[in-house]
Design a protein around this ligand. Structure first.
Ligand code: SF4
Ligand code: SF4
Ligand code: SF4
Length: 254
């Protein structure tokens, strides 16, 4: 009997589409993975639009009322939904607009034409539908994507790091940027990126989201010890996690 390949679809909501580009790039050198599935929908890479799929990868945040119906319809049609990248996983940079009135944002971006576009609060997709997993980062890490999908296809639980960026940073023997007076979220942020930002002298902005037991109290103390106040911490977290920042800052974990 012929083996049926799992049918996979990719969807994009509000995003820069950089995560989809990363996948296209990753598949150039992982033809085996491409051969193991049947891609039925992937707007950035093909023109066919198949509606029969078991695994849906969703890139982008939910930012319009009509996005909700589209997300729910994808959820109904598929068995597995994976949030792809920081926009889908956290809301990401899109959520920065939530600090302003929608009218103002639309006016700034589109001028008078802004009135014809609909917009609502920017949210991660799990604020609208249940998800079965996520691949974090802005953009996602191509090797992590390949590992994740390989495990998914083997019916194994995809493993993603649940330890902080600091671990990878210390293994690289980087000078801690906090010592240089720069804000860094590495101690509470999920590793897997190889601590790329601190390695190049910038503080981690938290694009991969929080680990499951973030010590926010400890992070506040570390910031204070290095002359960085809670406003700076708040602003740093806001970049990718505006949707979550109030909850994170009031976290009682010490
Ligand atoms: S997570 Fe980053 S790279 Fe991916 S779609 Fe969003 S903004 Fe683009
Ligand atoms: S630079 Fe950031 S990630 Fe590296 S050790 Fe310091 S706090 Fe942790
Ligand atoms: S260091 Fe932080 S902001 Fe930079 S890629 Fe890693 S998780 Fe994202």
């Amino acid at each position: 009997m012929a083996h049926t390949k799992p049918k996979v679809a990719f969807f994009d909501f509000t995003s820069c589409e950089g995560c989809q580009l990363t996948i296209i790039d990753a598949l150039q050198t992982h033809v085996d993975l491409l051969d193991a599935v049947e891609i039925v929908q992937f707007r950035e890479a093909m023109s066919e639009i198949g509606q029969d799929y078991q695994i849906a990868f969703i890139e982008g945040a939910c930012t319009r009322q009509e996005d909700e119906a589209r997300l729910k319809s994808i959820r109904e049609l598929t068995q597995i939904v994976i949030a792809l990248g920081a926009c889908a996983h956290l809301g990401g940079v899109n959520t920065l607009r939530n600090w302003h009135s929608q009218d103002k944002v639309q006016q700034i971006v589109y001028g008078e034409m802004g009135k014809i576009y609909s917009a609502s609060q920017a949210r991660p997709i799990d604020a609208v539908i249940p998800i079965d997993g996520f691949i974090s980062g802005c953009p996602i890490d191509r090797q992590e994507f390949v590992r994740f999908v390989t495990m998914l296809l083997q019916n194994r639980q995809p493993q993603i790091p649940d330890y902080p960026v600091c671990v990878e940073c210390r293994l690289k023997e980087n000078v801690c940027v906090l010592m240089l007076g720069k804000a860094c979220l590495g101690s509470v942020t999920r590793a897997g990126c190889g601590a790329i930002c601190p390695t190049f002298g910038s503080g981690c902005d938290g694009c991969r989201g929080l680990i499951s037991n973030p010590n926010i109290g400890g992070l506040k103390l570390a910031f204070n010890d290095h002359g960085l106040d809670e406003t700076i911490l708040f602003e740093k977290i806001k970049l990718f996690q505006s949707y979550q920042v109030n909850g994170i800052m009031s976290s009682k974990v010490a």
